[in-house]
Write a protein that binds this ligand. Structure first.
Ligand code: TA6
Length: 299
């Protein structure tokens, strides 16, 4: 599959597929171990022929998270079309301290328009630093309508990060006292159970699929030998997911035992819909950075 590889002068590397604009590798050193190493999980049995989204890395979720719930999204598959469309790209920009940036773009194709008729323009900007990786999703409503009320573009968006980590030793902070919806427990009406997080550090030792609403937007995913910090902007919600063997063993593109090697910590706007007026642009951003020292606390 066509890809873009950015190589930072200090050794970090990011690989982005044009298919889905999916980041499938981010290698970075830390101040403790100077050798760049892989920071993302991609299943060794991921489908790489463009027939389905890649299982791992950082899939881009747009215009819907999960099964579609908006009338305009009714023909779309789970998590929308962005992660299974072929994006374009124009050039790579290198700034004065060696940071490298590339912009990928997606506009309505006949395949998309057959399922989704709203006008839009997406830009996905990836920036590679020595110890950090930034992704930004720019969503522009390209409608020329001057109607009132405005012809809003309504969508959800998320970065579906598969962080490479020993899943059964990971803690995610700070989520304590945050409201969340537990998708592993449903009510009689089939809705996720509403809860309040009581744990100082959230673990994924059991099958976990939790949607935290209006969270801190700054997270630490840590384990005894390291961690990744995630700072976000305009991404009010965050999902914590690990299928464990209970669900992972039934996923055709999840390698055996793969669920022990990652935690998904996914910032996004997934509860309710963002609304962008004609001609306006919404930007959601995350900065992933290597945590240089081991965990400061145990659960
Ligand atoms: O982000 C968590 C989640 O919504 C889970 O419910 C699970 O479905 C996961 O995404 C993977 O979804 P996918 O469509 O990639 O198999």
């Amino acid at each position: 599959m066509s890809d873009i590889v950015l190589r930072h002068p200090k050794g970090s590397i990011v690989q982005i597929l044009l298919y889905g604009a999916t980041i499938v590798s981010w290698q970075a050193a830390s101040q403790r171990d100077p050798e760049p190493r892989e920071r993302l999980f991609v299943s060794s049995t991921a489908i790489r022929d463009g027939s389905k989204p890649v299982r791992g890395g950082i899939p881009v979720v747009f215009p819907c998270f999960g099964p579609p719930a908006h009338p305009e999204h009714s023909k779309l598959s789970q998590h929308g079309f962005a992660r299974s469309s072929v994006w374009s790209w124009d050039n790579v920009i290198k700034d004065q301290d060696g940071r490298l940036s590339v912009t990928l773009t997606l506009e309505p194709t006949p395949a998309i328009t057959a399922l989704y008729t709203r006008p839009f323009h997406l830009s996905f900007v990836v920036t590679l630093g020595e110890f950090d990786l930034t992704t930004e999703l720019h969503v522009k409503n390209t409608s020329g309508s001057t109607d009132y009320p405005p012809d809003y573009l309504e969508f959800q968006a998320l970065f579906h990060n598969y962080i490479l980590a020993p899943a059964n030793e990971v803690l995610i902070t700070p989520l304590q006292n945050n409201a969340y919806f537990d998708k592993t427990e449903t009510t009689e009406e089939g809705k996720s159970t509403a809860k309040i997080e009581t744990r100082a550090g959230v673990d994924v030792r059991k099958f976990t699929d939790s949607v935290y609403e209006n969270a801190s937007q700054n997270y630490e995913v840590t384990w005894p030998s390291g961690g990744i910090a995630i700072k976000t902007d305009n991404m009010k919600d965050v999902i914590v997911w690990n299928p464990q063997a209970e669900v992972g063993s039934k996923m055709g593109d999840m390698e055996k035992g793969g669920w022990e090697k990652f935690v998904c910590c996914e910032p996004g706007h997934v509860r309710g819909f963002e609304k962008v007026a004609p001609g306006m642009t919404w930007v959601g951003k995350q900065v992933l950075s290597v945590i240089h020292n081991a965990r400061r606390h145990q659960n």
